[in-house]
Design a protein around this ligand. Structure first.
Ligand SMILES: [Zn+2]
Length: 421
């Protein structure tokens, strides 16, 4: 489910296209055709860069439950040489300050060649670069790097970010380029826009943030949809909510029976005022414990609701129960807290859960994900990374002792957080 290693409650309306990518949207509107909002290069001197790189969607800061301000975004690279290029490190820079430094497994776990099923890296029989493991991008290949720049205060949020990428090639071509080089590329502005403040779509305690932001390249972060000629990243900040019982169990009894999941049918509430703009309510529920296959493009979200929140932002609630499990109709004006439906297991789902995200357009797939913060909640605990793999097998949850219970205001939950609303 929420582990990228496992299968699981896969991302809601995601097309698990083997690669990922992003639209070139800068975040405000629904389209995917705008050019990146990148600053002009500071130097007039042309520099040979065999790896081209850009930031498709300008990062937007959001305060999360670790107290840090996160910038979760992607760097897209393209190898224009006729030989492989190894990326030894990718550093996000603000002036001379290193904001994030990815190398070794820290890099290979968050980079993927478009079309590849697995993270990039040297494989058996691959070219011998000097410092494996490195992230190797083949001739003509493109890859995405999922960045997570986290700073300690709002004042420390950079206004601009550039990227230093250390490269190695097998066959240098002097004087154009040597065996190793460092490119300074992919400059981007930071969008200094406040995330939308919402109330929780759920009530109750022990709700787990599955597949949420930021550091881990979860199925949500890596999800990308090639639609209408563009690549979209609608699930950049999406959360799969599931609920544990008081014993820390996801289910009791037969994993394949819906009644084993006590939270199945839990009420889902409107996260803000705003009209309903899209509804689907006739999709059947899936058998829990089994990942569905053969879904059409419009079936991934199962039964879902899209609500307009204003300022170009839309909320997406997915995998609801069918029929009366969806309580609203297109055009209905909702007030914050109104019940819109019930947690179900329809669409691309292998256990009951609510997939929730905020996006910049009304289409759950052909849109880009935007950050959001929840106005008032309790951070109860945080699952250990290993616990995510075992809780879906019926084992009780294990918690990170370093994360203490506390009330939180206007923060974005993080992956593996356990939450009370
Ligand atoms: Zn999801």
């Amino acid at each position: 489910m929420y582990s990228q290693r496992g299968a699981a409650i896969a991302a809601a309306a995601v097309l698990f296209v083997a690669l990922s990518g992003c639209s070139r949207d800068t975040g405000n509107s629904g389209g995917g055709n705008q050019q990146p909002d990148n600053p002009a290069p500071k130097s007039a001197q042309a520099v040979f860069t065999p790896l081209s790189a850009f930031v498709p969607s300008a990062p937007q800061p959001v305060k999360a439950t670790d107290g840090k301000f996160h910038l979760a975004y992607e760097v897209q690279v393209l190898n224009i040489l006729s030989q492989p290029i190894a990326l030894q490190s990718v550093r996000a820079m603000s002036g001379s300050t290193t904001l994030q430094n990815l190398s070794g497994e820290g890099l290979t776990s968050v980079i993927r060649v478009l079309g590849a099923q697995q993270p990039s890296g040297i494989t058996d029989g691959g070219p011998a670069f000097s410092k494996p493991p490195a992230a190797v991008v083949g001739p003509g290949q493109s890859a995405l790097v999922w960045m997570d720049v986290a700073v300690n205060s709002e004042a420390a949020v950079p206004r601009d970010i550039t990227h230093a990428i250390d490269l190695e090639v097998l066959n240098p071509s002097e004087p154009l380029y040597g065996k190793t080089l460092t490119e300074n590329v992919a400059a981007t502005h930071v969008r200094m826009t406040d995330p939308v403040v919402i109330t929780s779509p759920l009530r109750g305690i022990h709700w787990v943030d599955g597949n949420g932001c930021c550091a881990t390249a979860t199925p949500h972060r890596m999800a990308s949809s090639p639609l209408n000629g563009n690549l979209y990243a609608p699930e950049r900040f999406a959360i799969d909510f599931v609920q544990l019982n008081d014993q820390g169990l996801l289910f009791t009894g037969d994993k394949a029976k819906m009644e084993s999941y006590a939270y199945h049918g839990a009420d889902i509430h409107a996260v803000a005022d705003g009209p309903i703009v899209a509804v689907m309510n006739d999709r059947p529920e899936q058998v829990p414990g089994t990942a569905p296959t053969g879904l059409k493009i419009d079936e991934y979200g199962g039964n879902y609701v899209v609500q307009y929140l204003g300022n170009g932002r839309y909320a997406f609630y997915a995998h609801l129960m069918p029929g009366d499990g969806v309580k609203v109709k297109v055009g209905e004006q909702m007030a914050k807290g109104d019940v819109i439906g019930k947690v179900g297991n329809s669409g691309n789902s292998d256990a009951p859960h609510l997939h929730f995200h905020v996006m910049d357009g009304p289409d759950p797939l052909a849109s880009n994900g935007l950050p959001f913060v929840i106005d008032d909640f309790t951070l109860e605990a945080q699952l250990t990374p290993q616990s995510l793999d075992t809780v879906v097998t019926g084992q009780p949850a294990q918690y990170d002792p370093a994360v203490k219970k506390a009330t939180r205001t206007d923060e974005m939950p993080l992956y593996r957080d356990v939450l009370g609303f």
